[in-house]
Structure formats: structure tokens, C-alpha cells
Write a protein that binds this ligand. Sequence first.
Ligand code: HEM
Length: 380
Amino acid sequence: MHSTAAADAFDHWLRTDFVALNTRLEEAGPGSDRLEQRLAQEGAVLVRRIAEEEGRAVLAADRDTRYELLGSVGMYLAACRRHEVDAPQGPQSAAWPLATALGASLGVAPRFVFAHQAFCNRAVGDRIRTFTSFDDERTFIVHNALSGLAYRRAATALGGVGPLGASSPMTEYLLREALAGLDDVMDFGTTLSENLDVDRFFHHIRPYFKSHRVGAAEYRGANAGDFAAVNAVDVLLGLCSPHDPFYQAVLAEKQPYLPPEDQPALRSAVRAEPLLDVFLREAERQAVTPQLRENARLLLALCTRHGAVSSFHHHRLVVPFLQKPASLLPEPEDLTSSGPPLDMVVAQLARLVDLRTARPRAGTFGARDRLDRLRTAAGL
Ligand code: HEM
């Protein structure tokens, strides 16, 4: 990693005093003006120093260094938002120009996103970067990140099938690998749901992931869906279609929140022929060999697994950790990370679950017919 003195000082602060201040603020509750001001002022001084002394050098640095720094500046801005020390002329506005320049240089939204915590969260002395020192926050970040890596493993395996075809023994290996990846996503999600404390998450962790302003624009919050692999699995399997207007809107909305390396990955995945179509063509056109039958069985198992994981996310994570505690609040607040009201977000997530579980919906894209046809054609 390329680093500079002012950027190193900021990184050190983020790993020490910043964490201590956020943790004390969570424990003290609202109204600790002195601590809130300290957080906003200390961060502003350090970020201004980077911009003034090293602005040119950081923008000339390699992509990963710039992305990591954007994550750092973004965590500071997200903490100011969480503690509501974020008036338009407040100290945190000193960080807007650097965040904006870094975002523009990378072609991404100028804020911290899921990938900063999951895929470029450098551990130092056994500690990853977090907002607070609560074990629940670490558990949340680690399990989100592990799930993201496991989705990536599944997507990479599925991406290798195209040139091999439906009846290859190498395809069997790749489909088993993808299935193992999705099994891991399920296991990590299960561990998370069993170990995360609902109240701690809802009141002291989730608020750091809200929308906030950078310069003239408001950018929606961070969520564990902002990486391309989950969508690559959707479209490579054939459960979601890049030609379906509903799904197109999902992809377009998330584009600026993806890490830079995921943008080409998503573009190539949406151009690939869905495996469900490849398998169906082969199974309906010729006699089904034992290898094709085994591969078709694995593909169908993968589709079922992908649906089950998505359904788990909805019913065992979104509902108990967000929707239910939100329903107990006296007044609605901006609860989702994406900005729209919670009901709308939950409805969109439910529609994604329907697509991934191939639940028929009149007049819209769905894979139920093709899944049934493949099962019949392959004699399963
Ligand atoms: C307590 C844990 C979690 C909660 C409460 C939660 C909640 C949510 C919510 C509310 C959204 C909609 C985005 C928005 O807020 O506007 C979302 C999106 C998403 N989350 Fe989670 N999530 C959790 C953990 C996870 C984990 C472990 C994964 C696995 C990688 C994950 C994967 C996704 C994906 C892929 C999306 C994008 C929508 C989709 O494609 O289905 N989430 N999550």
C-alpha cells in the first residue's frame, strides 16, 4: 500500500480515538455535545491536513489506496451523520472535497460502502476497522464480509461453466464448488442471526449505515448487498434476467455503490447465457446421459439453495433485526440504508426473494416453468 504521513495519522486516529469516541457516545446516549464536537473537529483537522499536504499524491496513488482512503473519509462522515454533527456548514464538510475527488477518480459514490468493510478492511494488530468496540459490530461486519466472499466464490465457479457446456465433468466440479459457496453463505447468515443482539444492532450499529450528504448530494447508506457476485449468481443461474425492467432498476441503482473491480464483473455476467437455458437446450435436444443428469441435478439444487439463502436473509435477518424493532418505535425514522421508506425496501426485497425462489407471479419474469421443464427433461 502507498501511504503518506497525514493519511497514516488519519488511519491511526480512526483505529483508536474515533472508535473510543463512538463507543462512549453510544454508551452515553444523545446530548453528549462535547464528545460529538470532538469527533467532528478532530476528524476535520486530520482530513484537511491530507487534502492540503498530500492532495495531489493521494489522487496519483493506485486504485486500492484511493479506495481505502475513500472508505476512511467515509467512515468519519458516516459517524458525524450518526451523531447528528452534520449541519451543512459543520466541521465534517471539510471532508467533502476530498471524498468527492476520490469518488470521481474511482467512478464510485463518494462515501463508504459495504466493500470498504468487507473487501478492503485492513487488519492491523488483529483488529479490523469498526465504528465502535462492541463485539456485536465486529460480528456483524465479519459475517457480512464472509458471506460476500462466499457469494464471490459461487459466482467465480459459475462464471467458468459457460465454455465447458452442460454435460462436462469439469462443469460438475464447478457446480459443486458453487453449491459449497452458497452453503457457506447460509452458514454465515445462520451464525449471524444466532449471535447478533437485536437491540444492540438496531440502536447502536445500524445507525452508522444511514444515508448522508457529501457536497450538494445525498448518498444512500451502506448495505451488505453492494457487491456484484450475488447478481452474477442471479443471472448466471437464470433466476433473474438483465432484460427484466424490475431487475434492471435494481442493478442500475447499485452500480455506484459497487467496488471498482466489481463493475466489469457485473457487466460480463449480464452478457452470459443463463445456465438454465444452456441446460434446457441440451436436455431437450438429445438423450440425457448420466453426466448431464447429474449436472442438471446440481444446477437445480443450486437454484433451490440460492432461493433458500435469499429467503433466509428476508425472514431471519431483515424482519427480526430491522422490520420488527422498527414497528416498535414511537415515530418512524429513516431506517433503511437506501433512503426509501422501510415498507418499500421490504417490498422490493420480497420481490427479489420471489425471483430467486422462482415463485410464479402473473405477467412478470420468472424461472418456474424452465425449472420444471429441466427437471422433467433430465428425468429427475
Ligand atoms: C442483521 C443482518 C442484516 C440485515 C438487517 C439486512 C438488511 C438488509 C436490508 C434492509 C436491505 C435492503 C437495502 C436497504 O436497506 O435499503 C438489504 C439488502 C441486501 N442484503 Fe442484507 N441484511 C443483513 C445481512 C446481510 C448478509 C449477511 C448478507 C449476505 C451477503 C446480506 C445480503 C444482502 C443483499 C445481497 C442485499 C441486496 C438486495 C438483494 O439482492 O437481495 N445482508 N439487507
